[in-house]
Design a protein around this ligand. Structure first.
Ligand code: NAD
Length: 502
């Protein structure tokens, strides 16, 4: 068994997570088999009855207490994130901060977004009152990735809880201790709540697959597109709804009127931070010919002093999942074999478990390196002759997650032409830090939205209620008591309402 990655065989009953920088064991966890997963879901269903029956104010209090507990333990938690995921402690703290923002947003906005709404019954049903009420779904199965092991699954967890659901969370096998710490903090902050409002099941893909079949009311998955497709196919057997947050191949457009220094800074950071292991990280850049040389020189200048490591001064850590190193190496080779040139780094930049920044220029747009998610600290840059070409190439992807535009005058207009779930203008990843903005993708990047009001609505089901306030004599439309006179009246009224438009 490799000492540098989390592994299991069919016979193993425990999962050992390791520090990706050193291979040192971080923790060992029992693997939840199908029976254990079903038991966790059953316990969550009991807890959901209590949690769902609480008012918004009570749930808000419990969620905010959880946030405060995480703040009180932040140093310990960030140390664990650093050890198990490999990212620098400061990055861990930033990730925790953003998760806290979302816990807070979901807690304080749930009532406003989800409270019953009265809607117009329309002229024909004017004797009715009509309401839309959002009901919690019950138990949400959350399956998470390892790259942002707190922030990413929290986009489902905090919003599902705030909407009144219980959660069973299957953290990634590469961040199991982090996921369990996160859930334990909720229970410790709220000892009076029944066990199972927010619980975990641990294991590899098989445990996630068991969760999909364990009778949950929705699966909220974040991870690779390939796994997302498997989950959707499996969930179809029971018509279990799915929220899928999958991969991306995010593009940046740098227009002729861009602030070149700001764009270069954003590309350098967005492409390499977290070792490029960011779903909405920068993977492709389309830069206007007129500013290309200056832009590339600035990107190179910044990245020349950016280096990975595990020490306090390192900009980013090791690759968390060892098998990803091969993908990154393959994409660098593929770029160079498809017309690309390396303007910074190259194949020699892969020094497992670390990968130094790599900047690749003018690789064929149809190559694997430009079309597939690399998920490493590399970026491809292509020269374009204007906005139309940049937009066309940026949109030429089976993925459609995030995107970025740098332009002093046309930022918003260019953003509106991009096929993406979210776009940041004159900054990188701005959307990910604004809790009110929904986040998600199109195409192979996924289905549904986390964060913001849509992120709360994802975890509810609308219940429509029509209340007849009084009967209108002779106007019983939905009854065998309907008369000829009523239908004659209807034939006069309908053309007046719907037949006037020419
Ligand atoms: P992954 O698909 O390998 O694993 C994700 C989770 O799914 C893990 O917990 C894993 O154990 C589980 N799993 C694996 N097989 C399963 C199965 N058959 N049934 C149920 N669960 C199963 O992804 P990863 O390597 O952990 O994460 C990296 C990927 O996540 C990248 O593609 C990245 O772009 C994506 N991601 C997307 C977002 C987003 O918001 N769109 C955020 C972060 C990461």
């Amino acid at each position: 068994m490799s000492t540098t990655e989390s592994t299991a065989t069919a016979r193993e009953t425990t999962l050992t997570s390791v520090d990706p920088a050193t291979g040192a064991v971080v923790a060992t966890h029992p693997i939840a088999d199908e029976a254990a997963v079903r038991a966790a879901v059953a316990q969550a269903r009991i807890a959901a009855a209590t949690w769902g029956a609480l008012g918004y104010a009570d749930r808000r209090r419990h969620l905010l207490r959880w946030g405060s507990r995480l703040v009180a333990r932040a140093d310990e938690f960030c140390e664990l994130i650093h050890a198990e995921n490999g990212k620098p402690r400061d990055d861990a703290y930033l990730e925790l901060t953003l998760a806290l923002e979302h816990i807070h947003w979901a807690a304080v906005n749930a009532e406003k977004v989800l409270k019953p709404k009265k809607v117009s019954p329309g002229l024909l049903m004017a004797n009715f009152a009509a309401y839309i009420e959002q009901r919690p779904l019950g138990v949400i199965g959350v399956i998470g990735p390892w790259n942002y092991p707190v922030y990413t699954p929290n986009g489902s967890i905090a919003y599902a809880l705030a909407a009144g659901n219980a959660v069973v969370f299957k953290p990634s096998e590469y961040s199991t201790s982090i996921g369990n710490y996160f859930a334990r903090a909720f229970a410790e902050a709220n000892p009076e709540l029944p066990e199972g409002v927010f619980g975990t099941v641990n294991g590899y893909g098989a445990t996630g697959a068991a969760l999909v079949h364990a009778g949950v009311d929705k699966i909220a998955f974040t991870g690779s597109t390939a796994t997302g497709k498997k989950i959707m196919a499996a969930a179809a057997a029971d018509l279990t709804p799915v929220l899928l947050e999958c991969g991306g191949k995010d593009a940046v457009i740098v227009a002729a009127d861009a602030d070149i220094a700001a764009a270069a800074d954003a590309v350098a950071f967005g492409a390499t931070m977290n070792g490029g292991q960011t779903c909405a990280g920068v993977e492709r850049v389309y830069v206007d010919r007129s500013i290309r040389d200056e832009f590339i020189a600035e990107v190179k200048r910044i990245l020349s002093s950016v280096r990975p490591g595990s020490d306090a001064k390192a900009a980013y850590g090791p690759m968390t999942m060892p098998s990803q190193i091969d993908v990154v190496r393959r994409h660098i080779d593929n770029a160079l074999n498809n017309g690309g040139t390396a303007v910074l780094g190259g194949p020699e930049s892969v020094k497992a478990p670390y990968i130094e920044p790599v900047v690749l220029l003018d690789t064929d747009e149809n190559s694997e390196a430009v079309q597939e998610e690399t998920f490493g600290p590399t970026v491809t840059i292509r020269t374009v002759s204007g906005i139309d070409e940049a937009v066309e190439l940026a949109n030429n992807s089976r993925y459609a997650l995030g995107s970025t535009v740098f332009s002093r005058k046309q930022g918003l207009a260019i953003a509106r032409r991009l096929r993406a779930g979210q776009t940041s203008v004159n900054s990188v990843l701005g959307f990910a830090a604004i809790s009110a903005l929904p986040f998600g993708g199109l195409g192979d990047s996924g289905i549904g939205r986390i964060h913001g009001a849509p992120g709360l609505l994802e975890f509810t089901s609308p219940h429509s209620i029509a209340v007849q306030r009084f009967a209108i004599p002779g106007m019983a439309l939905l009854s065998y008591a309907r008369t000829e006179r009523t239908m004659n009246l209807l034939r006069k009224v309908v053309p007046l309402i719907h037949g006037r438009h020419r």
